[in-house]
Design a protein around this ligand. Sequence first.
Ligand code: AMP
Ligand code: TRP
Length: 329
Amino acid sequence: MSRERVFSGIQPTGTLQLGNYLGAIKGMIELVEHYECIYGIVDYHAVTVPYNVEKMPQNKLNVAIGYLAAGLDPQKATLMVQSDVPEHTELAWLFGCITSVNKLEHLPTLKDKLETVDFFSSGLLNYPILQAADIVIYKATLVPVGRDQEAHIEFTREVVRKFNNTFGQTFPEPASYNTPGAIVPSLSGEGKMSKSVPGSYIALTDTPEEIWQKLAQTLTDPRRVRRDDPGDPEACPVIWQLHHIYTPEEKRAELAEGCRTAGIGCLQCKRELYRLMMEDLSPLQERWRDLAAHPDYVRDVLREGAARVRPIAQATMAEVREKMGLAGV
Ligand code: AMP
Ligand code: TRP
């Protein structure tokens, strides 16, 4: 029996940050052994907001390098660029015709996005439609994403239901797959870590020294003004959450006790986090450097990836055209 499919994507909008890695890429890696996985660099999503044209090719390459450096084996998962499979946008057009503008205008993700841009394109409004098409053009049933994407996955299920009810059963309803951690918080403590908010993130390509500096400057429980002030880990908005991701439970209990009794200082607690974080990131960074020195290898992976999955997308489009009465005259 053929395996169920998985699709996910990352926008080439800048540096990959820790939230992408912990919230999305780790989940993508977990699914590789059990599903047929397709992971995209979703460049047509990245152009829904004003962007830097010159930097786009490098940004796309960097997402591919990030996937590979994090440990995705291109023999086991297909890595591809969205615009290399134009059927995604073709299906998105058709989905646009069964989606109300009102529905799109009320998605919470749109409100958040609009706070960061001053040009509201119709492409941005239609962003979730293209995401739905990305997923179901491969009839994927599982989507490894950060928890901030839930509204988009729910929207995808609604589009699928509408399509199936109108034109006949065609697509499965996909579910999201989340890694155990919650949304990785911004280093400022306000909102989520995001590459579009300077000062909020640790980039996967930051040097160990930069990562340490960022952690050292991150705000902890405001009551711990001096080393001897006792604190409460639950009032430590960023570092403690990261400990939940990186630190084994027993060690975490020890740190919590140290914090409450002022037995340890915040710097010591951060050093423990830094050590575990670098154990995770160092091998990734080493592979990153190696891949960055061999961009043609990465380009080949993407070219082969698109060639491998395009026939699936084409078969889905043939079926969709048939169901919608568009197949012939
Ligand atoms: P984007 O960079 O917006 O294309 O996001 C790519 C993936 O990373 C998506 O699955 C997001 O849900 C995930 N992601 C981005 N930032 C965070 C974060 N701070 N915490 C958890 N997941 C995140
Ligand atoms: N909207 C996603 C994000 O910002 C990126 C994305 C585009 C995506 N298409 C997708 C994620 C399909 C999962 C599946 O993170």
